[in-house]
Design a protein around this ligand. Structure first.
Ligand SMILES: [Zn+2]
Length: 342
């Protein structure tokens, strides 16, 4: 055979391969094409390779290189077409190999997590340690030990999510106070962050599950002055020097009780929709721990006194970042989260 004849036969096989591969519409047809083109025994290209010795020694290198080149190209085309055909069978559509890859992205902390970490940092400097507790609690830890009267409306099924019998999803982080008082001797200074659950409608200012942070300080001679000084210090550290005020309030587990407001951070006290034109924003509830709570936890209320507070980091995040609707914090909308992620 002459080199010319050999190259013509390669060109014929190449043309046949092209039409066989492009017209194949199933994996089985492609497998048949693979056998007839590059199969070791009866493949057209393998047959051509066996003819190489009939060429002159000078012509063999060129002919060999050409037949190898076509073999690689045919195998590539077979692989690509097989992927395409099987992909179409699996997903009902063709695989678009030109689709750009997804760009890599870095995770960030959620605004509520950022606020919790900042609050923890400030209280750590004030000598508090972090305490955690279970989210499924008993009625006694969630209500009884905290001096809720037996028929308190908060225990009603409408407000509390019960799991079974007297086990419920905690409605506040206060059970952590009881567990701490039971297990450690005063002096105690703890900060208890965690999720709490209420049977609330999901609207602009309520969510059925939300983060809460509570603090507890118990020692001999602890007074309301310590409460006021510590919480004012916290507000000035967290919001920058700002006006604060305490208003009398009521909680079953503290006496006396007070709610703490800071100047609205959105309007700087001038009055806006978020603060309902009062110029103030409530950030926490607090008070002196009720003697019954200390006694229920086995702490001598004649010897020790204490104060406690609880706040919602979600609402504080709304103030800090000027967020008008609490649901934005739970939507997982990347366009919002990317603006605040660190
Ligand atoms: Zn305002």
């Amino acid at each position: 055979m002459t080199l010319q004849e050999f190259l013509e036969r390669i060109a014929e096989v190449e043309a046949r391969a092209e039409s066989l591969i492009s017209s194949a519409s199933s994996a089985a047809e492609l497998e048949a094409a693979r056998t007839s083109l590059v199969g070791r025994k009866s493949g057209a290209l393998s047959a051509l390779m066996k003819e190489l010795p009939s060429l002159t020694p000078q012509d063999r290198p060129e002919a060999g290189a050409r037949v190898n080149q076509v073999k690689v190209a045919v195998e590539d085309a077979l692989d690509t077409r097989t992927l395409d055909v099987t992909g179409r069978q699996a997903t009902g559509q063709s695989v678009d190999l030109t689709m750009p890859a997804r760009r890599s992205w870095k995770g960030g902390k959620h605004p509520v997590t950022l606020v919790i970490e900042e609050i923890e940092e400030i209280f750590r400097e004030l000598g508090f340690t972090i305490a955690l507790g279970p989210e499924a609690e008993t009625e006694w830890y969630n209500f009884g030990a905290l001096n809720f009267p037996a028929e308190h409306p908060a225990m009603d099924l409408h407000d509390t999510l019960y799991l079974e019998d007297s086990v419920l999803l905690r409605t506040h982080t206060s059970p952590v106070q009881i567990r701490t008082l039971q297990n450690f001797k005063p002096p105690i200074r703890i900060l208890a962050p965690g999720n709490v659950y209420r049977r609330d409608f999901f609207d602009a200012s309520h969510a059925p599950v939300f983060a809460q942070i509570e603090g507890l300080s118990v020692d001999e001679g602890v007074s309301f002055v310590d409460l006021k000084a510590t919480l004012t210090r916290f507000a000035n550290r967290f919001f920058g020097t700002t006006r604060t005020r305490f208003r009398p309030s009521y909680f079953p587990f503290t006496e006396p009780s007070a709610e703490m407001d800071v100047e609205c951070q959105i309007c700087k006290g001038r009055g806006c929709a978020t603060c309902k034109n009062t110029g103030w924003s409530e950030i926490l509830g607090s008070g002196m721990v009720h003697p019954s709570v200390l006694e229920a936890s086995g702490v001598d209320s004649e010897r020790y006194t204490g104060w406690a507070f609880g706040m919602g980091p979600g609402r504080i995040a709304m103030q800090r970042f000027g967020i008008p609707d609490i649901r934005i914090l739970y939507d997982s909308d990347m366009r919002f989260l990317e603006q605040l992620a660190e």
